[in-house]
Ligand binder design. Structure first.
Ligand SMILES: Nc1ncnc2c1ncn2[C@@H]1O[C@H](COP(=O)(O)OP(=O)(O)OP(=O)(O)O)[C@@H](O)[C@H]1O
Length: 251
């Protein structure tokens, strides 16, 4: 079945009763305790919660960067749990895009080369028209030959956004994408992420501590102590702040 945008109807990513336990004995930590959540296609979702609530663990499990102790994870129709290392590597290369707080660009490569690196590694052909569309959207046309050190933080993060988008992944996972940017530049990057959801139907899941950043999303999922404690549609910064205060107060 497909939806009105001709996208498959299943969620872009899904966790079903996921548990993640680190360590043993005295050092045992249950970072995720029975998390079930679906991320609809073409939506921008923020994950929030106090420090240590399991946000990064959930993102890493969803992206196939970490294994789950119990439960199941899907990217599109692909079940990650049970895929071997080779299968997971292929999935991460073809179906998942990443945006990190520290940009994670290779310093010796130009913006152009950085953007195309994941496709080169995966041995995939470049769709030139799509590449142009992405470059125009992030507004990097005149910076493509620059190396990261010759770009501002905001420009570097836009290169990272283009790198994530160019392979048309099922989901882009963004880990504190504005954490290293001032508020104006951060807002530009968030505006661009929002636009890629609206214009290209991209699915984005973003971990953030910033209520203002979360208010750019369609939905905010709140974690506390490894469990989902609240799910908010059409968030406002004030609504997000109130919820965070309530969750922190209840702990
Ligand atoms: N590799 C690991 N080994 C042992 N414990 C871990 C490991 N990774 C995370 N944890 C623990 O799991 C819990 C959840 O951590 P996680 O990093 O997912 O939280 P978070 O919400 O992303 O926190 P923050 O906002 O501080 O980044 C914490 O108690 C943390 O100490």
């Amino acid at each position: 079945m497909r939806d009105q945008y001709d996208r498959p109807a299943e969620p872009a990513a899904r966790a079903a009763d996921v548990w993640k336990v680190y360590g043993e004995g005295e050092a045992r930590v249950s970072a995720l305790r029975g998390v079930s959540v679906e991320f609809a296609r073409g939506r921008f979702t923020a994950i929030m919660g106090p420090s240590g609530s399991g946000k990064s663990t959930l993102m890493h499990c969803l992206a196939g960067l970490d294994s789950v102790t119990r439960g199941e994870v899907y990217i599109g129709a692909t079940k990650l749990t049970g895929l071997g290392d080779a299968g997971l590597t292929k999935l991460r290369r073809t179906q998942v895009g990443f945006i990190f707080q520290q940009f994670n660009l290779l310093p010796t490569l130009t913006a152009h080369e950085n953007i195309l690196l994941p496709l080169a590694i995966a041995g995939r052909k470049v769709d030139k028209e799509w590449f142009r569309t992405v470059i125009d959207a992030v507004g990097l046309g005149d910076r493509l030959d620059h190396r990261p050190a010759q770009l501002s933080g905001g420009q570097q993060q836009r290169v990272a956004c283009a790198r994530a988008l160019v392979s048309k992944p099922e989901v882009i996972f963004a880990d504190e994408p504005t954490g290293n940017l001032d508020s104006r530049t951060g807002a530009e990057v968030l505006g661009f992420l929002r636009q890629s959801v609206h214009d290209f139907g991209q699915t984005i899941v973003m971990v953030t501590h910033d209520a203002n950043a979360a208010s750019h999303a369609d939905r905010v999922v709140f974690l506390a102590d490894g469990q989902i404690v609240h799910d908010m549609a059409n968030p406002t910064a004030d609504g997000v702040l109130d919820t965070i205060k309530r969750i922190t107060g209840e702990r």
